[in-house]
Write a protein that binds this ligand. Structure first.
Ligand code: FAD
Length: 535
């Protein structure tokens, strides 16, 4: 069944007569991973998300699938090994979405680590993660480092470690995992919010009352096991369940800023020390380079946390210190984003000292909450949760997600064949834009091309929008610009130039009236302002 608005209405209607094995609240990477694992073990599964899929932390990360070098600093070897293994599995199953990314770790006089320590730490990092010999770290001297990245500050530079990580698009990864599960029968709906929980005569949860936030009507979803995968919001669901224990969330905010690639022309990602012992990334991607992240305690609103002038100045100062020839200014920031880390509170610890480990809480009433963790570890977190679910349901099925290819899966050879087809059809697209599309849709570009061939105006962007509307539950302009394509972060100029055209496609498809059209356009304009004007 296609995954679009028409089927959303039919699906909601069917809830009246359905009972699911597993009901997942929260459509970030954690919920998505659980949905796929449960479905692949034969469970009847549903996921609901109160906004758009990945609209919480899972579209606001640094977008790295990484082994967690910082864990090594805390001597957490087991986590480094585990995340290293997960990194390799993520790449194997989604090579179109999880892309090798070389990192430079500059070694500076007075920095956290000296040459020998960096060399040993990176060697250990590769060894724990079982990195292929050809991909293992190389140590570079000062001249080699500057030849690679001439914009690095030369004064205190002693050399660098050159090592391997992976980058991804967090929101796309979340979406494609959901689509992989959906292909095998899972149900997943956005803009459906869990409002209350209902219990049977033994005090065990047997349904949730949910609200359709688009049409404002409420209904019940019945199930056997209920999962709270609400990231920064998970304590709210635990409060509804009255099952808060001595553990609670501690939210910290992380901000990234986006600069034109020509202004900060890096060839590789750089992971560097800043004052106070923190480390931040500068990551080149397509037309831009993004820099992040901050790590500060947070207590404000959880939906769309804001980026303050203080956040931006912190990152600009850090970048100007490391790349003194560049001298970034506030006006160079084209876009930005801000996300909340749902960490587990530990008394007396500062934001960067808090563990990134995941934890599972089992409520006496049956609710299973999973909190903390990383994008990179989503699969193994899901496995732990679904193992518990299977035990409860007395189902003996082992986890198989380590060998499930993620939707859109494609290798270099597929990419080349699609590029050849694009050339034959004389579709006008730059190499960089094609590369970008490949890392968003993988082999699904073929479906976009099919739409293009049917379209009398032959406009690739229009075909892309139609593909997202008809196959990806894309219900608003912001769904398209932020979570389906990342254009709001990585090509904000194109958002501005395409807004009227794309808004009219949505208007026609969803039969929006003029006031709905204008309010949707305004939401995009507000978002553009929030991403680039700071207080
Ligand atoms: P979320 O993505 O927040 O999902 C929870 C969802 O639940 C939300 O979409 C929310 O709308 C929904 N929800 C809440 N209440 C309800 C309700 N009542 N009904 C229905 N739905 C509800 N990890 C990495 O591996 N690599 C990185 O590079 C990395 N960088 C990071 C950088 C930053 C700045 C931050 C903040 C985190 C980073 N992380 C990284 C960590 C990673 O992003 C998170 O661990 C992960 O995204 C959390 O996903 P989640 O699904 O648990 O939460």
């Amino acid at each position: 069944m296609s995954w679009n608005y028409k089927n959303r209405i039919i699906t909601i209607k069917s809830f009246e007569s359905e009972e699911f094995d597993i009901v997942i609240i929260g459509g970030g990477i954690t919920g998505a991973g659980i949905l796929l694992d449960a479905t692949s073990r034969g469970l009847k599964a549903v996921l609901i998300e109160k906004e758009d899929f990945a609209s919480g932390t899972s579209s606001r990360s640094t977008k790295l699938i990484h082994g967690g070098l910082r864990y090594l600093k805390n001597l957490e070897f087991k986590i480094v090994r585990e995340t290293g293994k997960e990194r390799a599995i993520a790449y194997k199953n989604a090579p179109h979405l999880v892309v090798p990314e070389k990192m430079i770790l500059p070694i500076q006089k007075g920095g956290t680590y000296g040459k020998w320590m960096t060399s040993f730490a990176l060697w250990m990092y590769d060894w724990l993660a079982d990195v292929a010999k050809s991909e293992r770290r190389k140590m570079l001297n000062k001249e080699q480092t500057l030849a690679m990245e001439p914009n690095l500050k030369p004064d205190l530079l002693k050399g660098s470690g050159f090592y391997s990580e992976y980058r991804t698009d967090d929101a796309r990864l979340t979406l494609e995992i959901i689509k992989t599960a959906q292909r095998s029968g899972a149900v997943a709906l956005n803009y459906i919010e869990a409002k209350t929980l209902k219990y049977d005569e033994n005090g065990k949860i047997n349904s949730i009352v949910a609200n359709d936030n688009l049409n404002n009507n409420s209904f019940e979803i019945k199930g056997k096991v209920f999962i709270n995968a609400c990231g920064p919001w998970s304590d709210e669901i635990r409060q509804i369940d009255q099952s808060m224990n001595n553990k609670r969330l501690h939210l910290t905010k992380g901000v990234h800023i986006v600069i034109d690639r020509q202004k900060l022309p890096l060839k590789n990602s750089v992971y560097f020390d800043v004052e106070g012992g923190r480390m931040i990334f500068a990551i080149p991607r397509g037309k831009v380079t993004y820099i992040g992240t901050t790590d500060t305690n947070y207590e404000g609103k959880k939906d769309n946390p804001n980026v303050t002038m203080e956040d931006v100045e912190y990152l600009i100062n850090a970048a100007n210190e490391m790349f003194p020839n560049i001298q970034l200014e506030i006006d160079d920031v084209q876009s930005s984003w801000s996300g909340l880390r749902p960490l587990i509170h530990e008394e007396g610890k500062s934001p960067s000292e808090l563990s990134r480990k995941d934890e599972i809480y089992l409520s006496p009433k049956g609710l299973i909450t999973i909190a903390g963790g990383k994008l990179t570890g989503y699969r193994i977190m899901a496995q732990k949760v679904v193992d518990i679910v299977c035990e409860r349901l007395k189902i003996n099925q082992k986890c198989i997600t380590d060998s499930i290819q993620i939707n859109g899966y494609g290798k270099e050879i597929d990419k080349k064949q699609i590029l050849d087809k694009i050339k034959t059809l004389k579709i006008s697209i730059s190499e960089q834009d094609f590369e970008n599309m490949w890392h968003i849709y993988g082999v699904q570009i073929l479906k976009i091309i099919e739409l293009f061939e049917k379209d009398s105006n032959r406009d690739l962007l229009v075909s892309e929008v139609m593909f997202c509307i008809e196959n990806e539950m894309t219900l608003s302009l912001l769904d398209f610009y932020v979570r389906r394509t990342g254009m709001m972060y990585f090509d904000i100029k194109r958002v501005k130039s395409s807004l009227d055209k794309i808004a009219n496609i949505f208007k026609e498809h969803y039969q929006w009236d003029e006031s709905k059209l204008q309010s949707e356009i305004q939401l995009v304009k507000d978002e553009i302002k929030n991403r680039s004007i700071f207080e």
